[in-house]
Design a protein around this ligand. Structure first.
Ligand code: GLU
Length: 917
């Protein structure tokens, strides 16, 4: 044996350099059903043998063994048969059970072993090279795909534990803080409907399916039966043979099915190969129905493996001549070129049917390209690719995607969920006479109608059963209202005054906002106070009036005292007499008060101070009155024109500061949510107030809140969205918006999460906005319909009458005047009676007679002189003149114009005056 070997080596070294023998045996081990693998193996060998550029000398001879996938003993025997014939490499098998015996034999004899099967637990065998993507790298590709598809929560359905290896990166990437993912295993048997129904009940729409290729179609079919193949469901299928599945019945469905593939049916090399395989099929009389679209990954990998081996063999032979050896399993001999050949293959970098073939130093295929495929009307189509360095790259443009979606929208009927609430959706009057969409009208209806015209879909409006907008119950973690309808896929669109909020955005998708708004306060208009008869007193407060009266008296007294003190206010009563008996001053107390009141009333007086001190008092008083009267006049104008309102609130801060006026919002709405989640202390205080208020301050709908404000007699304010306030104040003129906006947000049309139609609907909303249609719709429903614009006229009429002063405003002045007149009349009557009494005493007649005489004179009403009757002259006069001037004949002044003692002037003797001087 050794001698033969020696001769063979010598022969190789000297005679046939380089040393490949004419026939190089290579072994292929296949299962009884692996026709396609065998076909690919044979065809690859034939191709190589035919192509002298590829294999310049000799030829490859395939030694094919068919063994049962579970029969390790038989497999071991066949492998040893092969090695004894002198094989340069062994390909296969694809069975996990028999593969290990082949691996250990090859390792012992150092014969290259090439595999193409999915190996969940790759062993680092020195002689093994597996062309199948390395599990961890494929797992990374899956992780990248889910990330690119923005799947937040999803359910994994897997068949066996080996499949979980494919998902390890996906599971690892999902942190504890993210949405939970559910992992479920397919049960035994063929009926997976119970499992799928459970998933459907959980409202899950993202499924990651990991199972063998022959189960995929059946699972999808059952999913369709349990309504798990609708618009919003999306499947990622991990099997690399997904493209071979018959998806004819799902092509026109609305479900997104995505996966990876390694082979490209469009590539010429694959088409050529398939063409040859079809020929081989005929030649061997076997029908395996192979076509470019049904080539399994493993089949293509087998083709690539043989080519890789042949290329490495030729390359190595050039530098290190190779010969094959007949090796016995029992003798445990080794093939000297085995390792080297394996290393050559590891460092090869060449294209194949499964993309570029590269290995890392450990022989793992980590760097491989994958096509992303999605199911559409034409079957599976490539929408992008993944590679080790750049990750996911989509090749479909946005426009292409939009076109596909727009096509799918044609003639589709959307269920639009909404709730009643003016002016967004109202029941058309008379109620009960209409059917279908005609039952309703409003802004939402018109908006959806416009969008549908642009996108070409049909729609059916349905009211949400609980009539709520959509809020998350923190305990049950369940949504209600419109959001619930979308989550349960009972509606395709939801529209109303639905605010786009962060929490809702996690559960559903929103389009671009179609209306912008903010929270504000709806409150009753201030009640007008009835005009006050004494409103002329309003410009100055009561205190000021009292102070003014005190100041007036004080100044009068000060003036009186100072005038007595100063010598310059004492005058000669008889200027012609240089040596008067007495001096006099005008500033007795009454005159001082007269002077002060004259100045205060801006009228002046017939006597004025002469001394510096008294002039200073007068000057100061005049200054005081100037300022006071000017301020009074200025303020009076404002007070009389502005209608006095009762106490009111002007902002949210004002509301927060008080507890008398209650305030609330729509229960479970975004406004309530705003206060609940706010970090701002004022709003937090307002939220605690609202929460603790009894009776409750929350309303079921805006209409309820509006009614409460309207009937609340300014005891209730409603926190409401500005657009809705705008609508209300157009019709209910007793209500008004108080203060500005507390935040800024928008209403959007909601769709189920990851709805394929979001971009299209958003685009239509934008189009309507840019075309001014949204503005027109708003004007229609806010100002023109439903009694809008009612309060405009009221506003303008109140402006016109604002400057008019009615009697009601200034009546008080008249009252004062009349009262003054009355008082003066009373004083005059008293003076008259007093004088009459004096006359009666002096004339020694009766009071009655004197009164008659005086009255006669008064009632005569003509004559401007009044004769002074001396005592006893009565008879002379014969009663010609009516009345007497006696009462006043003395008057306050004597014939020189000097004030008498009886008058209130003060006269002092000159000696005293001079002494004082
Ligand atoms: N638009 C609000 C929402 O979507 C409801 C009304 C409100 O909260 O003021 O929840």
């Amino acid at each position: 044996m050794k001698i033969y070997l020696f001769i063979f080596v010598l022969y190789g070294a000297f005679e046939l350099t380089p040393g490949l023998p004419d026939v190089v045996h290579i072994g292929g081990i296949f299962g009884p059903d692996d026709y396609d693998l065998e076909l690919a193996f044979r065809y690859a060998v034939d191709r190589i043998n035919m192509d002298r550029n590829l294999f310049p000398r000799g030829r490859l001879n395939p030694l094919i063994e068919k063994v049962s996938p579970s029969d390790s003993f038989q497999t071991a025997k066949r492998v040893c048969n092969m090695t004894e014939q002198g094989v340069a490499a062994i390909f296969g098998p694809s069975s996990r059970l028999t593969s290990s015996i082949v691996q250990s034999t090859c390792d012992t004899l150092e014969i290259p072993h090439l595999e193409t099967r999915w190996d969940p637990k790759p062993h680092h065998r020195s002689c093994l090279l597996n062309l199948h993507p390395y599990p961890q790298s494929y797992s990374r590709a899956l992780k990248d795909l889910l990330k690119a598809m923005q799947w937040k929560s999803f359910t994994i359905i897997y068949e066996n534990n080996e499949g979980l290896v494919r998902l390890q990166e996906v599971l690892k990437a999902h942190g504890p803080s993210e949405y939970p993912i559910t992992v479920r295993q397919l049960g035994e048997g063929h009926d997976h409907r119970p499992l799928l129904k459970q998933i459907q009940a959980s409202s899950e729409s993202h499924i990651l399916l990991d199972c063998s290729v022959d189960k995929i179609a059946e699972i999808l079919r059952q999913a369709k039966e349990v309504k798990m193949m609708e618009d919003y469901q999306s499947y990622v299928i991990t099997n690399l043979d997904l493209h071979t599945v018959d998806v004819e019945e799902f092509r026109f469905g609305r479900t997104n099915i995505t996966g990876f593939r390694m082979v490209d049916p469009q590539s010429t090399s694959l088409q050529n190969a398939v063409h040859d395989w079809q020929y081989e099929e005929v030649r061997f009389g076997r029908r395996i129905n192979i076509s470019p679209n049904t080539v399994r990954t493993e089949t293509a990998l087998m083709h690539d493996a043989v080519h890789l081996f042949a290329r490495a063999l030729v390359e190595m032979d050039r530098s290190h001549p190779i010969n094959t050896s007949h090796l016995s399993c029992d003798a445990a001999e080794k093939w000297e070129h085995g390792y080297k050949l394996i290393n050559y293959m590891k460092f090869m970098d060449r294209p194949g049917l499964t993309g570029h073939i590269r290995f890392d130093v450990y022989g793992k295929r980590v760097d491989f390209p994958l096509d992303i495929i999605e199911l559409d009307r034409d079957g599976f189509v490539k929408t992008g690719f993944w590679d080790y360095r750049s990750g996911i790259n989509y090749t479909r443009t946005e426009t292409e995607k939009l076109t596909i979606i727009s096509e799918s929208l044609q003639n589709k009927t959307f269920i639009v969920s909404s709730r009643l609430g003016a002016p967004y959706l109202m029941e058309r009057e008379p109620k009960g006479t209409f059917t279908g969409n005609d039952r309703y009208e409003g802004y939402s209806m018109d908006l959806i109608d416009e969008v549908s015209k642009i996108l070409g879909f049909k729609y059916v409006f349905e009211l949400v059963p609980d009539g709520r907008y959509g809020s998350l119950d923190p305990k049950t973690k369940k949504w209600d209202g419109l959001v619930k309808q979308l989550l349960e896929k009972k509606a395709d669109l939801a529209i109303c005054d639905l605010t786009i909020t962060y929490s809702r955005e996690q559960a559903v998708d929103f389009t671009m906002p179609f209306m912008n708004l903010g929270i504000s306060i709806l409150y009753s208009k201030p009640v007008k106070q009835p005009p006050n008869l004494f409103s002329f007193l309003s410009p100055l407060s009561v205190d000021v009036w009292i102070y003014m009266a005190t100041a007036y008296l004080g100044v009068s007294v000060v003036l009186f005292v100072l005038a007595r003190l100063t010598p310059y206010e004492w005058n000669n009563p008889h200027p012609c007499n240089p040596d008067p008996e007495e001096l006099e001053t005008q500033f007795n107390l009454l005159n001082c008060m007269w002077f002060a009141i004259g100045s205060l009333m801006q009228q002046g007086c017939d006597f004025l101070p002469k001394a510096v001190s008294t002039r200073m008092v007068a000057g100061m008083w005049w200054f005081f009155t100037l300022i006071m009267i000017s301020s009074y006049t200025a303020n009076l104008a404002a007070f009389l024109t502005v209608e006095r309102m009762d106490v009111t609130i002007e902002s949210a801060e004002d509301l927060a500061k008080q507890t008398k006026i209650k305030y609330g919002a729509v229960e479970g709405g975004s406004t309530a949510g705003f206060f609940k989640d706010s970090n701002f202390s004022t709003y937090q205080r307002m939220w605690s107030f609202m929460e603790s208020a009894r009776p409750p301050v929350f309303a079921k709908a805006n209409s309820e809140g509006v009614e409460r404000v309207s009937k609340g007699k300014r005891g209730y304010a409603f926190l409401m969205e500005s657009t809705s306030i705008e609508y209300v104040v157009e019709k209910q003129c007793d209500l008004t918006q108080v203060g500005g906006l507390l935040d800024s947000k928008g209403y959007g049309i909601a769709l189920p999460l990851n709805s394929p139609y979001r971009t299209a609907v958003s685009g239509a909303v934008l189009k309507l906005q840019e075309g001014g249609k949204l503005h027109m719709l708003k004007t229609k429903w806010w100002k023109e319909k439903q009694g809008g614009g009612l309060c405009k006229e009221e506003k303008s009429s109140s402006v016109e009458s604002a400057n008019e002063l009615g009697l009601a405003n200034v009546g008080g002045v008249f009252v004062v005047l009349i009262s003054g007149m009355g008082a003066a009349a009373v004083v005059a009557v008293l003076e008259f009676l007093w004088n009459t009494k004096k006359v009666a005493v002096e004339d020694r007649t009766t009071f009655k007679a004197a009164l008659q005489e005086e009255l006669r004179f008064v009632l005569k009403c003509h004559g401007s002189t009044k004769p002074i009757q001396k005592a006893g002259a009565k008879e002379d006069s014969g009663g010609k003149s009516g009345g007497t001037g006696r009462g006043n004949s003395q008057g306050p002044y004597d014939k020189y114009g000097v004030v008498n003692k009886s008058s209130k002037s003060i006269v002092i003797p000159q000696a005293e005056y001079l002494n004082k001087k």
